[in-house]
Design a protein around this ligand. Structure first.
Ligand SMILES: Nc1ncnc2c1ncn2[C@@H]1O[C@H](COP(=O)(O)OP(=O)(O)O)[C@@H](O)[C@H]1O
Ligand SMILES: [Mg+2]
Length: 500
């Protein structure tokens, strides 16, 4: 194998920075991996920068003078004096089995190679049975992420809007749905804010039979099932006195009804006439209950019944796009996530991964509990879910607005293009495994390019996300398409009119 370069003693080499001069014509890209001999094995390094130099072009006066009269190329052998220098960050020393932290640099003069496919696959920590999200950037290596490492301790997908978060999420869902039972399958649940995942159930989707879509406007949260504690989670404005009275009345309703069940109207009626409630408590309690009734979401029975629908290797989409009230959307997330957490504890549903789009709206930082009723349960699952096989995938374009408690529990971050400096700083602070030189490359990613940081890989890896197999949903149409459809529809209508 021909070397791509030779280590130089320009600045360093040190265990943190190794530079090499590129030999031959094979391009060396920023973000690619190289390998060099090391006393303890192979040193694997990430190319963090690539520079071209040419001594002939260093002196501005000379360059200008010669270029005005003739050209530098005609006067001097400049081509022979152009050098490409790659700056790398050593990541790991690999002896074929063990990974060691690089603590000594390679000697100047050491030859540099591109690592072969198997070495790179293994040293990154990919798994043959893992989720294949694409290829390692600049290498023909499948990025197959181990399920446990990626999801058990939760995943955050962070990027500006339009960078490819939802696209990547669709790819991840496809991989989860394609797993074989012997490799371990999860039930997948997504809270789909923009209706971007309903395409999984479309007629031309290969995942149609594995997907169930529930429209947000049909959802009903069971009042008897949530009890007073669950109601308080959804309506945190209840005072202690109100809570106590409600608890008592809900118990009585349950006992007195033949089915053990009741609805919000029963509750309101009983609160209205119960002789033991002090008048001012009654008034404020009724105001709160009427307020909730206006949302038209609490009912007697739960729909969809979550216990019956979660199966390994299936996708459940809560399409929240038809809903306008953020409070209602939060209530749905809070209720079902709490239910899934409890059902997992009791072992009544399979291990499940719950994907939350626009997570900063469901677990916002620095917003009162009243305006963020889904935040406490998201934080609880983030802290404790791994013990019970309940994983979270939090997706956000405003990581700075996302609950720090929840984000800090996500042990893997997949970061796509991001340019807002405040969000970038926040991501750097919350990703322990992310060094400054790798982080500096995030702003130059293009849509579909992702950086994986944290528990899923042994060091940060750039990946090109593969093409999806599931059809795009109607919400993902581009503007030209929408405009054309509008005009088509109009002209069809006009045709009809002309015939009349
Ligand atoms: N890996 C990819 N391959 C091809 N197209 C992509 C890829 N990732 C994103 N895109 C395209 O980029 C656009 C924005 O992607 P999207 O996932 O909706 O971004 P986000 O959710 O971050 O706002 C979409 O039109 C999508 O089709
Ligand atoms: Mg999106």
């Amino acid at each position: 194998m021909r070397p791509v370069g030779v280590v130089v003693s320009n600045e360093g080499p040190s265990p943190n920075v190794v530079e090499f001069v590129v030999l031959g014509d094979e391009p060396v890209h920023q973000g690619s991996f190289v390998e060099m001999d090391h006393p303890e094995g192979k040193l694997i390094a990430l190319v963090t920068d690539v520079k071209r130099t040419n001594r002939y072009f260093e002196h501005v006066e000379a360059v200008k003078e010669y270029s005005i009269r003739s050209s530098m190329e005609k006067t001097f052998p400049v081509g022979e004096w152009e050098f490409t220098v790659a700056i790398t960050r050593p990541l790991v020393v690999w002896d074929g089995e063990k990974r060691m932290r690089p603590t000594t640099p390679p000697s100047p003069g050491t030859k540099v190679y591109f690592p072969d496919k198997e070495t790179l696959f293994k040293v990154i920590g990919f798994d043959e049975e893992g989720l294949n999200i694409g290829k390692v950037a600049f290498h023909d290596v499948d990025a197959k992420l181990n399920l446990t490492n990626l999801l058990q301790k939760h995943l955050a997908i962070l990027a500006m809007s339009g960078a490819g978060k939802s696209y990547l999420t669709s790819v991840l869902i496809e991989e989860l749905l394609e797993r074989k039972p012997e490799d371990g399958r999860l039930a997948v649940v997504i809270f789909d804010v923009h209706g971007e995942y309903v395409g999984f159930a479309a007629d031309d989707s290969p995942y149609r039979s594995q997907t169930k879509v529930f429209d947000g406007s049909e959802v009903s949260l069971s009042l008897p099932r949530m009890g007073v504690a669950g109601l308080y989670e959804l309506v945190p404005t209840l005072s202690y006195a109100q809570y106590r009275e409600l608890g008592r009345i809900m118990d009585e309703l349950r006992k007195n009804s033949p089915s053990g069940s009741f609805d919000l109207d029963d509750l309101i009626e009983t609160v209205g006439k119960d002789p033991d409630i002090p008048e001012n408590t009654r008034r404020s309690l009724l105001a709160s209950l009427y307020d909730v009734r206006n949302l038209n979401i609490l009912g007697e029975v739960e729909h969809p019944p979550i216990e019956g629908i979660l199966e390994p290797g299936t996708l459940t989409v809560f399409n929240l796009a038809p809903l306008t009230s953020i409070r209602k959307k939060q209530m749905i997330v809070a209720y079902y996530l709490r239910r899934m957490f409890n059902l997992r504890k009791e072992g009544k549903i399979p291990p499940t991964v719950v994907i939350v789009e626009e997570a900063h709206n469901f677990a916002p930082e620095q917003v009162s509990r009243v305006e963020a009723v889904s935040r406490p349960v998201i934080e609880t699952v983030a802290r404790e879910g791994r013990k019970f096989g309940l994983s979270l995938v939090l997706i956000s374009q405003r990581p700075i607005k996302l609950s720090t408690t929840a984000l800090s529990q996500c042990n893997t971050h997949i970061i796509l293009r991001m340019t807002n400096p405040r969000d970038l700083d926040h991501v750097k602070e919350s990703s322990e495994a992310l060094d400054a030189r790798t982080a500096a490359m995030i702003t130059s990613l293009v849509p579909g390019e992702a950086l994986i940081v944290g528990a899923a890989t042994y060091f940060p890896v750039f990946v090109r996300v593969r093409k999806r197999k599931s059809p795009k949903s109607q919400y993902e149409k581009d503007l030209e398409e929408m405009a054309r459809e509008w005009e088509m529809k109009k002209s069809e209508e006009n045709d009809v009119l002309e015939y009349i």
